[in-house]
Design a protein around this ligand. Structure first.
Ligand SMILES: Nc1ncnc2c1ncn2[C@@H]1O[C@H](COP(=O)(O)OP(=O)(O)OP(=O)(O)O)[C@@H](O)[C@H]1O
Length: 254
């Protein structure tokens, strides 16, 4: 079980925790329509959502229910057809492309199912690619330490297991100290034992950096580690369930 003092008021490697608890994100009436005419697809149908700072959210739902579309819009990778997104009181949906790029660069880390590491660069160099362009990065060594891979800093992706490569991808995503971490099927390509090690890295970042975290998964077993579970169906959030006693990833089973 996690305790509130772990969440707030800690500092880590010179990073000062954010004490207040106003929403990191607020989404109002998000609709996303792809295509037109006969081929029109409603990916989102009027989604309203608030995500408090530091919350760990797990997003469940059948294939095609709109999970990735929602995360991509919150993360500034895509824009809605209708509706508004606010991040820290700023309206993302009013940003032009340049400001959206800046928002992503400064505030958002993404982790996807496939790790997308550059094969010719070591783990440390893959992480450094991000820290070189960030305004307040941690050292690549520190990011790799947070995911338990400081010993592998000079290894190339081909010398690492799938789970280790995913943890390098997490280190790369969090090295710029983002306010938010979005993970789309981060354990989708991993066996359960390796998946748990990856989830432990995500939970540790959420706890120690107070990073607002949203994890998409098809695996309902993962939901037990979340502060809140959102169930999506047919482009809508059908249910939002708060988990009073989120468990450590090591206690998950699937
Ligand atoms: N670029 C696109 N063009 C057309 N339709 C799209 C596009 N992206 C997504 N869609 C459609 O929008 C709907 C929602 O897709 P989305 O990827 O958000 O679902 P999901 O819940 O993340 O699915 P999965 O679990 O399979 O990844 C689906 O019907 C999908 O086919």
């Amino acid at each position: 079980m996690r305790h509130a003092p772990c969440r707030y008021g800690r500092s880590y490697i010179g990073f000062t925790m954010k004490e207040n608890n106003h929403p990191a994100f607020r989404a109002e009436g998000l609709t996303k329509v792809y295509g037109s005419g006969d081929t029109q697809v409603f990916a989102l149908r009027g989604v309203n959502l608030e995500v408090p700072r530091g919350e760990m959210v797990v997003l469940l739902g059948p294939s095609g229910s709109g999970k990735s579309t929602l995360l991509n819009i919150l993360g500034g990778l895509d824009s809605p057809t209708e509706g508004h997104v606010y991040f820290d009181h700023q309206e993302l949906t009013a940003f032009d492309d340049r400001h959206l790029t800046q928002f992503r660069r400064e505030h958002v880390g993404f982790v996807f199912q496939f790790y997308n590491l550059i094969p010719s660069l070591t783990a440390g160099e893959n992480v450094a690619l991000v820290t070189e362009i960030a305004s307040n990065p941690m050292e690549p060594e520190q990011a790799l330490k947070l995911v338990g891979l400081e010993q592998r800093i000079h290894h190339f992706p081909a010398q690492l297991s799938g789970g280790e490569q995913q943890r390098v991808a997490i280190a790369r995503a969090i090295a710029k100290q983002p306010n938010v971490l979005f993970c789309d099927e981060p354990t989708g390509a991993l066996d359960s034992k390796t998946g748990i090690v990856v989830l432990e890295a995500i939970a540790r970042v959420n706890r120690e950096l107070n990073t607002t975290t949203m994890v998409i998964t098809h695996n309902a077993g993962i939901a037990d580690m979340a502060d809140r579970v959102l169930y999506m169906a047919d482009g809508q959030i059908q249910e939002s369930r708060t988990n009073e006693t989120p468990c450590e990833p090591s206690a998950l089973s699937w």
